[in-house]
Design a protein around this ligand. Sequence first.
Ligand code: IPE
Ligand code: IPE
Ligand code: MG
Length: 634
Amino acid sequence: MGSCVRNAPICRPPRPTRRRPQQCAAADPSRNGGAPVPGILTQAAIDDPALRAAYLHCRRTVRRDDPVEYSIMQLMPPLLRPACWAMWAAFSAADDLADAPAGTTATRTAQLKAWTTALEDELTAGHSDDPVRRALIDTMHRWRLDLADLRLSFATLDGDTRGRHLHTWEQWSVWVGDSNLSWATQSMTLLARAGIPVPVWLRRKDSYQRYLDGLYLTDTLTDLAQDLARGELNLPTQVLDQFPDAADHLTARHWSPAAGALIAHLTGQARRWLDQPGLTSTLHPGPAELLSTATRLFHARLDAVQAAGPALLSRPAVPAPFVRWRILARARTRGALAWRLTPLSATPHGSSPGYALPRQTRPPSKFQPPAPHPSGARPPTIPASRMPRHVAVIMDGNGRWATQRGLPRHEGHRAGAEGATRDVICGAAEIGLAHLTLYAFSTENWKRDTEEIAFLFESIRNQLRTYANDKEELGIRIRWAGSAVGLPQDLIEELLQAELRTRHRTGLCVTVCINYGGRDELTRAAAQLARAAAAGDIDPDHVSDTDLARHLTWPDTPDVDLLWRTGGEQRISNFLLWQAAYAELHFTDTNWPDIDRRDLWQAITEYSVRQRRHGAAPAADSSKDGTVAHRACH
Ligand code: IPE
Ligand code: IPE
Ligand code: MG
């Protein structure tokens, strides 16, 4: 049942408000956002008349087509608004091409491709005659934004033109995240570039992802009539199966008890996702006001969905103008006050031509095993029960490797990153390891000279780009552990983006420890426990080790089974103090740049015959040939 709908191609992401507005714009207090538009452009140092016209074109488009989003953008500091208009207008332009009612799948795909290719070319040239792309190119340069997020959205839109089947809420969430990520991420980046402290944990929070899901689900419900008119129902099979016949009735535009029950269920779901307790509690008041206003507006949209009943099948559900007016009037006053409390500390870069971004040359392809080692070596066969789940590596000896060759230390870092790290990651994927954690920069490494540190960060950036953007086929997920304090903002952004872009991958999970210290991680976990105790959420007399572990950066990661240090030193150097409590230690003399995947395989092979007891007495039946019983361990 409902199969015709569920097998129908799902062609566009449910993203906030792409319907043509029916709101009473005149009653909208955000229409002018409190400052005259030419003044905003001047304040943002957008002086070139053609460029001003391009930004105004974007603003008109957003205000006309997406008034709710426009209202929310008007709560951004005036200096940042033109960038918001340009980014949204660009995203909408691409979405409209992917969604064009006229034409075939092939023509839609071709048109989208032509638009995105033109954008890539024009980014290199630094100029476009198309007003939306012109404003976007300027924005990307002014605020040093990365095209990678938009590329991900474009690639997802492109996939959507060919049809897509979503079965679970999890798949749905990844899909909406990929197609909408650019907007949410770029807005955060923009605030950070302007010096507004948006804490790095926000985007990693499950509650934030759920909140975004709530926004998108609300949008799907609001725009149901439009989607149904195109023969689409952008919902996963998982939920449709719970309401037999509802999907068929909705696509036939027939309001039935089943359809009503499905809509009521989804409305409740969206409300629960929107209400994420504590999401804004420690945020700067500006972003906090933005998020809570969006929540209120989207709840008002859900009220309209509930009130619409059968009318939902024929027109978008729109809250009454005075409802929006009330929400926005209050938000504007509070938002303006919030931004006044913390003035922006960074200004845009200024416009200049010749802004080039590397081209994306390789389209994402299917999950594949990595290329084999040049020697032709294959991984050893390790019984599953003997495989470590988590190997952590202190990649040491880069400096000595370089010094021994009369080279500057940074050449050792380059050789280590480009040779050993890459190869060991391939080897870990090839042997089927689940978790590989790499120590790349410790909280103590700040003692090194600034040039060496800058080089290390640059090489980390290059590695991230390789794995997050170009190696989709290996299925490698990237995560970061460490403190944001002191790290360059653009590196933090890249780390978070790499996490977001690879979060759906199910192969090897590589955690890079950057500005990481075991003591720092434990201190922060202890502080969180103390906060919870002070708030009365936990009883200090009953704190267990699992309570503390819950506050580590990645609490779901299994303990380290094997801790390997290269370069001849035999110490832990503040690495994974909690997680490595029962790790098997493995020290090798070779400096990191001379390491390759075969050394990892050797380490794993040695690990696989070790006896792990975790405090238990040795097993009585150790076999005579040197292998041992593994009662307490594997
Ligand atoms: C490890 O190599 C890399 C980092 C600590 C970032 P080193 O730079 O510590 O190399 P050695 O120990 O000085 O040879
Ligand atoms: C540990 O290496 C940190 C990393 C590999 C990132 P170090 O070279 O900094 O450690 P120590 O100073 O020799 O203990
Ligand atoms: Mg060292």
